[in-house]
Design a protein around this ligand. Sequence first.
Ligand code: 3PG
Length: 385
Amino acid sequence: VIKMTDLDLSNKRVLIREDLNVPVKDGKVTSDARIRAALPTLKLALEAGAKVIVMSHLGRPTEGEYAEEFSMLPVANHLSQLLGQEVPLVKDWLDGVEVESGQLVLVENVRFNKGEKKDDEALSQKMAALCDIYVMDAFGTAHRAQASTHGVGKFAPVACAGPLLAAELEALEKALAKPARPMAAIVGGSKVSTKLTVLESLSDTVDQLIVGGGIANTFLAAAGFPVGKSLYEADLIPQAKALMEKVSIPLPEDVVVATEFAADAVATIKDAKDVAADDMILDIGPKAAAQLATLLESAQTIIWNGPVGVFEFDQFGEGTKALSMAIAKSSGFSIAGGGDTLAAVDKYEIADQVSYISTGGGAFLEFVEGKVLPAVAMLESRAQN
Ligand code: 3PG
């Protein structure tokens, strides 16, 4: 693909698609990891003397309708602070945007435009008409074939990959194409059904597949352990059994249970075989955590998506904490992605010790599954003609 860093941006109208889809509460950005990840790209374009127009989606508004709660205004304000320069928010932008060289403007939520999600051609052409160079830098949204991530790139005079997108692809390719071994993956989260394809594709590549959260409960049930009233998916037991035959999936020897799901629920450690009918498994136990930590410490490649317990509640966060510490200690190449995973990385303060932190959630998983990301396919085809 063509890279932004290979182009002369001076005095060019540069339209950059970022993924600035961040959590907002009461008009304030509550976690700015994605904004900070985009910052080097934006600074580079500004320093090169480009006229910079930035676009992104925020949340999932009803398409085609303005809704204040999904406005990019909090992001514009936050970005102004981080950049140390005023970032105007442009509300009506499809018919043209005024911007000077060395200036950066943010346009309002792309999903307020009808046709965005359908990758509408007329809308894509309007976006393309705003620029001389289109930069796709939103790795977190590269799995969406939408007007601002895909269609616009077909019509823009030049379409290229931004530094963040390029770095994400390079790090993931490095981890997955020729991984140093042994390779371990941690797949946590609540449901096997939402991660079945990623589990299946990882089972072909990794040496150890560590499962956690509700996902582990389905595997425990498949192995004949009692799971009480834990979250699990009985209909996916056959798939879980098939996976266990293909790859080593270490099941937790002990677990942390409670009889209710609440911030003040009392945590009890039990052997996995002793889980009672009214127990809910909310974390892996200390023995399991120690065992998995040892395994992770010797891994040369680690892929992490999803916590192994309900770590929002401290008493059910010890398992995720222990694995975080093991990843931090590992000398191998580690890569973490997904919203909950990044929250855990923040909570246990291991960001500096993880080799690569991906801004992608769904995009990260689709890449790991081996799927072609539509935005990347578009950039590849533009590089050829
Ligand atoms: C994400 O948060 O995973 C991306 O920003 C994509 O958002 P979407 O799932 O609403 O398309």
